[in-house]
Design a protein. Sequence first.
Lengths: 257, 323
Amino acid sequence: MIEIKDLSAGYKGLPVLRGISLTVREGEFTGILGPNGSGKTTLIRALSGVLPCASGSIRIAGHDIKALPAKARARQCATVAQKNPGLSAVRARSLVLMGRYPYVSFLGGYSRRDHLRAREAMQETSCLHLGQRSTEALSGGELQRVITAKALAQDTRLLLLDEAASNLDVARTMDLYELLKAKNAAGLTILTVAHDLNLAALYCQRLVFLKNGSVAADGPTREIFTAQTLSEIYETPLAVAAHPLTGAPQAYLVPRA
Amino acid sequence: MAAAVPLSIYAALFFGSYPLSADAIHEALGAMIHGQAETQALVIVRDIRLGRILLSFLTGAALAVSGGVFQGLLRNPLADPFTLGISSGAACGAALALGMGWTMAGLSTLPLAALGGAFAAMILVLAMSRLAGDFSRESLVLGGIVVSTFLGALIALIKSLNEESVAAIVFWIMGSFQGRGFEHIELMLPYMAAGCALVLLLARELDILGLGSEQAAQVGVSVGRARIGLLVGAGMLTAAAVSVSGIIGFVGLVVPHLVRMLIGPDSRPLLLFSALGGGILLLWSDVLARTILSHGAELPVGVVTALFGGPFFCLILARGRRP
């Protein structure tokens, strides 16, 4: 689904990703982890096509994303961003409908089907009742659900998320990850940046750790989520034990003696 | 609201410095439709009043739509059709024509010079913004300030070189429809139609650009192309308006705000209703401008819009804040 070869990318004179290669197969639920400044958000921006690659290539479903027109790219891959700075006030429903933009021709309008898909997506993230509200009148968590609905309405086979749970309380976080799990079971490939190690370990089948702009560790969650790997990557002692109910590995902070 | 347009146009025919009875006006209207012989009333109603009324409506519509686009695109509630310095370009072109005494295109010389100046300023701002940062909001606003300041100095220079033209230049800049009519409509209408078509076609993209350029790109908008299309469209609307009327403030700033309060932020209805509202507002402002003084003297319509509009807008703002 995703083939990244030797990708370098960054900002004016400041390389962030230094030669990353990564392959994600269709149907995987992958978590991107790593300390602050390791390049997680930059990787998502490069994958979504808004940050040009300095060198290397990204292919999504076989297409080189540099060669793909914006609309075609948006039919392959939807993104839920970390922040929404300066979002203009619009009705929540209109915002979700924007996710259908890649399916609308230049002269045409949003069709009945587009409205229907937007509605379904809002049902999935349980924000249908917010439809008439202005985005200005939404709480951080409500806005996050509306924005997630927009990404689902895009009907892509690949979903990228950048800290999508950062504004959500525990219950809403679990709602979101349960939804992602169900979507993944139905065939959606998911790549999510996560700050919360344990949440990622509970839901992601595969974890990729970035550090200083390169892949520091990559593998199935149960094999790679070990005290040794985590402690090395985060440069702080961490202990790992199995979740009492699911058996998934979970990390524990260890106070320094 | 759409019905208010023909009603306003009809009602405005009754106002003017030359007294005409209702019967005379109806007779003249009938004569226009059936193509009867020219009478004095017909000439006044058709050539003097109707042309001017339609022109003021079109100009108001163009300014309001253009203001709505700039406010959305620059995501700044203080943006108006003049933010990018396009009006300074028009003023500079007009000042040149007046200062140099150009007459090569007859009565159209002045509006043509203003139109040329407006487009030159637009191209200059777009080029600067392109160089400085890919049409980002900051680079556009800064480019507009630079161009406005520079052209303002140029206008002052023209004024000081030819002091006889000062009054004419100042009067032109204040904005007025005095003595304007169908030939000005002919001149501005193509640019206005093209600009309107462009911004209405890109209204959906304008909405999505409100997400921020990165999120807009992620749902598939070609951000650069959409931005430049909207800028050129709104720029053409501004150029069309200012070239025939001078610089009429307030309409382009306030009408989109009022419409947004009434019907919400979706761009396409916002722009359509702004066009109607801006047109009607300027039409009646012009009626006031040409009838409020006695003995056929006129106020510049820009003075009327600002004088009556300012307090009115304060009132609306104060009421809107109340929960």
